[in-house]
Design a protein around this ligand. Sequence first.
Ligand code: DX5
Ligand code: ZN
Length: 239
Amino acid sequence: MTTQPQPLDLRTPPTHPLVAASILSADFGDMAADCQRVLDLGADLLHVDVMDGHFAPNLTMGVDMIRGVRKHLPGVNLDVHLMVQDPGHYVQAFAKAGASNFAFHVEVCGTVRDSGIDGHALIQHIHDLGMTAGIVVNPPTDVQTLEPYLDAVDLVLVMSVNPGFSGQSFMPEVLDKARWVKERVDANTRIEMDGGLNPQTAPLAVAAGVDTMVTASALFGADDPKAVIDAFHACPLPG
Ligand code: DX5
Ligand code: ZN
């Protein structure tokens, strides 16, 4: 089996929950092969966590990783999650490198903090560059901060851990945020969750309205990764 030639379009409502394999827990020494392995097992897209050591307390990967993965996997949707202070600074470089979706945090926007960025201008820029756009909210942040952006974005990512590391425990209190978003977006907007998802927590996320689930440690660390993907896919999407 090979990767689909056409990258999945996040604007199309899925028929089953999508599995976004977070390469933060992949084999960095054998990245493309490890990604191909989980795609062949049924993962729907690849999630790429970019951290700058300021917004999140870790340094992970950047534009060159996207370029490298894109070169080996031309048909996959690359969902880039920017945990950086100034995501707009990198938008052109990520588009050129082959990113499909570009998601940035509401916490860096001027609507949330003084001297923050213009989130609407960035969403427009992302779209002009041919990518879909996502807005992300951290666990401690009021979900209502997302309100001004809901009509403009293609994806809303509700963090279910504090950004930084894979392998953290799921925070069930964020499920109310997913429910809040679900009541306010149309069928062409994905609701993604990220952090601590596994076959036990995935059904809770999907029942709350999530249709795209990020998984790093539970997938790449599994003895039977196909069983993990199958369990995520089997969560019934609410009608
Ligand atoms: C957390 C990252 C996540 C992380 C998820 O800062 O944004 O994407 O890789 O890891 P798990 O699935 O292990 O919680
Ligand atoms: Zn992420």
